[in-house]
Design a protein around this ligand. Structure first.
Ligand SMILES: [Ca+2]
Ligand SMILES: [Ca+2]
Ligand SMILES: [Ca+2]
Length: 341
């Protein structure tokens, strides 16, 4: 029965996906051209060089051809976004020929204005449509916003938990980040302790409240035992390798970058999924948590207003003329209150 339900569900999901595909506008030919890097300059706004709500930005989108068999010529690009928080100003530019492996940017910058009401830290989804001698192609890329605030530690109370042995569904242990709103601008994962007699059985994945998943480590350590004070941080110098010895004490790059979680909702339920893919050796998750940095955005200056009216005539009652130029002040022409001596 369960199997029938699962099969039916899969058919429903597959049908829904097919219908979504059919409803979507025809995708452009898939040329081997991809996003390389985005250069952002703040041209109007609060002037801090950070892309934020209320800023107007000049964008240079560098793309790169991965096609060694040809050079794309006659290239031009058009920028668009599905975000209602963003207005694209200058949307078109020529591109130089796209040569295999060479990052190439738009000849004149694109421009985009971010609304004052967009959520700080949300990423703006853009699509660059390129027309080339070999046909059109779409290059999607994201514009991150905000700057990184200080990290706060959140420890899971959902421990200890047994890790199901030889079970692809695995263990899901959660930690809740309270509050409402706010977006991620940095994330680290701390595995305080896993007790296990064969680390090579284990794959660890972090899942965000909105369902994005990042693989931290998979099938490393062979017959070695346990994880002890293992930190996953994009800023580390190396991942856990086949040659790294258990219990992996120290700071390591995750198998996939945690920066993929930037822009995700901060508040909510974060999940550490551990799959033990091989029956026999068993273990438990004893302690874990995350360190999260929220996206921060500086306010915009108030809208410019007419210059203030000239100040009223000075009532200088012996407090100096404020210019600090050593000149004698004029004798007051007004009644002044007597000052204590
Ligand atoms: Ca700014
Ligand atoms: Ca062992
Ligand atoms: Ca096992």
């Amino acid at each position: 029965m369960k199997r029938m339900i699962r099969t039916h569900l899969r058919q429903v999901v597959t049908a829904a996906a097919m219908m979504a595909l059919a409803a979507a506008p025809a995708a452009h030919a898939d040329l081997a051209v991809q996003h390389d890097s985005l250069a952002v300059t703040e041209t109007a706004g609060n002037g801090n060089g950070v892309a934020e709500p209320g800023d107007t930005l000049a964008l240079t989108e560098n793309v790169m051809s991965l096609d060694g068999s040809q050079t794309f010529t006659g290239v031009s690009g058009t920028l668009a976004t599905t975000s209602s928080d963003v207005t694209v100003g200058s949307a078109s530019s020529a591109y130089a020929d796209l040569v295999f492996g060479v990052p190439t940017g738009n000849a004149s910058p694109f421009s985009a204005s971010l609304s004052n009401t967009m959520e700080c830290g949300a990423s703006v989804p853009f699509t660059l449509t390129l027309q080339t001698s070999a046909g059109p192609t779409d290059v999607p890329f994201d514009l991150p916003t905000g700057s990184a605030g200080p990290f706060t530690a959140y420890d899971s109370a959902d421990v200890p938990r047994a890790i199901p042995d030889g079970d692809t569904l695995g263990l899901s242990s959660t930690v809740t980040i309270g509050g409402s709103g706010g977006r991620v601008k940095g994330m680290r994962v701390r595995i305080g302790h896993i007790t296990h007699t064969y680390d090579g059985d284990l794959t660890l994945t972090l899942i965000s409240p909105d369902g994005r998943s990042v693989k931290l480590v998979g099938a490393k350590g062979g017959s070695g035992d346990d994880f002890v004070d293992t930190v996953f941080d994009d800023a580390a110098t190396a991942p856990i390798r086949s040659t790294t010895l258990a219990p992996f004490t120290g700071t390591f790059q995750p198998a996939q970058p945690l920066s993929a979680l930037d822009g995700a909702p901060l508040a909510g339920t974060w999940t550490l999924k551990i799959v033990d893919g091989s029956p026999g050796d068993i273990g438990t998750l004893d302690a874990w948590g995350v360190d999260a940095s929220p996206a921060l955005c500086a306010p915009q200056p108030p809208p410019s207003s007419p210059p203030p009216p000239p100040p009223p005539p000075s009532h200088d009652c012996g407090q100096g003329n404020g210019l600090g130029n050593g000149k004698a002040k004029p004798k007051p022409q007004h009644d002044c209150p007597s000052r204590p001596h």
